[in-house]
Design a protein around this ligand. Structure first.
Ligand code: 9PG
Length: 663
């Protein structure tokens, strides 16, 4: 259902012949820049030129051109901004398209019934749909904001006003009319889509790219990342089409199959030792027939200091080269955690090369984070990934880890640090460019055969470089935390519930941009506060979205009952998921998936009270041939009457899963 373009008195309108309730009227570019003194927002009046639209500022300092093309039912907008003046300017932001004051964005009969998908900046940023009466809030403390959102693009924190990283979906929840708008590639600038609703009217719609005040010299032109827009009535299909187009434009790396892994973090945290890894190697070898683990990944806790990745601490007396050899000798791929874009006060890296770090306005290394698990004293600073010597160091470090020591799986953590604002060696690099250069250097050093897993990473610029990406906050051996239950309703911090939310809301990226890493599976019944229902919900969400399965338990001590949970998780995995109620608000509770043999439906109760649930199999296109179905986890018989599967009471934080053979 293609969008059509109309040029009308200096602005553009987009309409759809088959969906008369969808239209965007009064669109045009918006350029925010700073010349000698003040910052200006320029909203040019466009004129048609051959093959597109163009405009120039009155004083001739800037020209903009716009080119709109159609591709597979979507409209793609390319913009270029040229400095046609005699002085450099600083470019803050380019919106290839934004509504003007008289404009209107209509999706269905009224904006008051919209569901708006607000996508988060990096791996850990909570991602969910909002209703227009809700407020999207950032964490209150600056420390948390630095580590969880983009501090350069805070949430508007006003009712009905949202800024969504990279893309948004707007769906009218009654008519089903849907608009997807997002950037097709993200190599050179961070993109976002801003949507504001007042009552039943949309008063702001803008697709924005951040240029971080880089200098645009006289004669120089910036070409924006292409903006992709499409409309329809099936949000799932539209989002899948968008994600596929992004994957193609960014040349995504998609491994043929999901590796199974083991990770030390969520049982041992920083208290790992050589003996602990060896114990788990032995246990995983014994468990191989049931859990054919591909890789064993040592997480945080082995290193001498944050920044000095090739030096182990006293808990690994034989060093990390030896450790890799042990893992490989046991028949597993070796994996290791690093945080390559930060270094801590006290590291050799920072002491020897202070000039390799991003600078703050005082010319001092730029603060990146403080993490109590690394000791109370000692801040971490952000590596300048535009500095040639820092890039050489990254290449050589990862060459050593991968080619010399034999680590094939490289978990790259706290990657957001490379994109923090500050002064860099290359003043023309945007924050997105800096991040991508750092990631490219790691890929060059590690080689094409390495499996790179991004974590704490702004998503867009990593597509095409990493093989897998953490798509949510950390799981934890507990369900939620005080911040999430308090008035702030935090979405981003460590909690199994938060990991589950993002695993559902970002499921559409899987196998289009990379393999989704929903974070680790914990099935244990010791050293955890997760209830059996919560463990099943975590396992179900990971499996039905086909996310990577990475176990993080003390393997030797898993009870037979919990090994059974692991078996059932593996059996559920491998389907193609659809999150049915993605746009309905927080949190999604209904997923269907298709494998070669089965259709599955998973229903969750993320509320705090038990709830009677039924699933309308007919409306999901899954009419059951039989009068009852067996629930996957409990093996209870679920009656099916008139196409309704009656699940009975689902416990809080629990789920029910039904499998139907393919018709
Ligand atoms: C190791 C861990 C694990 C884990 C990573 C990352 O302050 N924070 O917001 C914060 C978020 C995540 C986090 C640590 C701190 O965990 O996601 O898998 O590797 O580092 O330290």
């Amino acid at each position: 259902m293609p969008l059509r373009l109309h040029a009308r008195s200096a602005r553009l309108d987009l309409t759809s012949a088959s969906l008369p309730q969808i239209s965007l009227c009064g669109l045009g570019p918006e350029v925010t820049y700073r010349s000698a003194t003040q910052e200006q927002i320029w909203r040019p009046a466009l004129r048609e030129v051959d093959g597109g639209f163009a405009a120039a500022t009155l004083d001739g300092t800037l020209t903009v051109r716009l080119c709109v093309r159609e591709d597979g039912g979507a409209l793609i907008v390319d913009a270029g901004v040229r400095n046609t003046g005699t002085q450099p300017i600083h470019l803050r932001r380019i919106a290839p398209l934004a509504l003007d004051a008289s404009g209107a964005c209509r999706v269905g009969p009224g904006a008051d019934r919209w569901g708006i998908f607000r996508h988060g900046y990096q791996s850990w940023t909570g991602t969910r749909s909002f209703r227009t009466t809700e407020i999207d809030r950032d964490p209150q403390s600056l420390l948390l904001r630095i580590g969880l959102i983009d501090i350069c693009r805070p949430a508007p924190q006003r009712r009905g006003h949202f800024q969504s990283d990279l893309l948004t979906v707007v769906k009218h929840l009654d008519s089903g009319d849907t608009l997807v708008a997002g950037f097709l590639s993200c190599r050179t600038a961070f993109g976002s889509v801003e949507v504001r609703v007042d009552g039943a009217r949309c008063t702001r719609f803008a697709a924005l790219l951040e240029y971080d005040d880089i200098r645009l010299e006289p004669g120089q032109e910036i070409t924006t990342e292409p903006l992709w827009l499409a409309v329809g009535t099936n949000d799932h299909e539209l989002l899948a089409t968008y994600a596929t187009a992004v994957g193609a434009a960014m040349r995504a790396r998609i491994p043929a199959r999901n590796p199974l892994g083991w990770c030390s973090w969520y049982y041992y945290f920083t208290s790992i030792t050589e003996d602990i890894i060896v114990e788990n190697l032995r246990a995983l070898t014994q468990l191989r027939a049931r859990f054919p683990c591909d890789y064993v990944q040592v997480d945080d806790g082995y290193q001498a200091e944050i920044g000095d990745w090739l030096a182990a601490n006293e808990k690994f007396p034989r060093g990390m080269h030896w450790m890799a050899e042990q893992i490989r000798a046991a028949g597993f791929d070796a994996g290791i955690w690093t945080a390559p874009f930060i270094a801590r006060r006290g590291s050799r890296l920072l002491a020897e090369h202070p000039d390799w770090f991003v600078k703050n306005h005082r010319g001092r290394p730029r603060f990146a984070l403080w993490n109590p698990v690394w000791g109370r004293w000692g801040n971490c600073y952000a590596l300048d990934t535009t500095h040639p010597a820092a890039l050489d160091w990254l290449r050589s470090t990862f060459r050593t880890l991968a080619a010399e020591w034999g680590y094939r799986v490289l978990k790259l953590d706290f990657l957001f640090a490379a994109a923090l604002p500050g002064q860099r060696y290359d003043p023309r690099a945007t924050r997105a460019v800096a991040l991508r250069r750092g990631l490219e250097a790691i890929r060059e050093g590690a080689g094409d055969a390495a499996f790179l897993l991004g974590c704490g990473c702004p998503l867009g610029p990593a597509i095409g470089i990493v093989d897998a990406m953490r798509i949510g906050p950390d799981v934890a051996p507990y369900w939620s935390n005080a911040f999430s239950r308090g008035p702030q309703r935090d979405l981003h911090g460590l909690a199994t519930k938060h990991a589950i939310r993002n695993t559902l809301t970002r499921a559409f990226m899987h196998r289009r941009w990379w393999l989704n890493d929903p974070d680790c599976l914990m099935v244990r019944d010791t050293r955890t506060q997760l209830t059996p229902d919560e463990v099943r919900s975590l396992a179900t969400v990971i499996a039905v979205t086909d996310g990577m399965i990475v176990l993080s338990d003390r393997v030797e001590q898993l009870s037979p009952e919990r090994l059974d949970v692991l078996d059932r998780t593996l059996q559920l995995a491998g389907g193609q998921p659809q999150v049915v109620d993605l746009l309905h608000g927080d949190m999604p509770e209904l997923v269907v998936a298709r494998t070669a043999e089965h259709r599955m439906v998973a229903a969750f109760n993320f509320g705090e009270q038990p709830r009677r649930c039924e699933i309308d199999l007919t409306s999901l296109g899954m009419a059951a041939g039989s009068e009852s179905l067996r629930e996957w986890w409990t093996e209870a018989l679920i009656p099916v009457r008139g196409g309704l599967a009656q699940l009975g009471e689902v416990p809080p934080h629990g789920c029910r899963v039904l499998l139907l053979p393919n018709a």
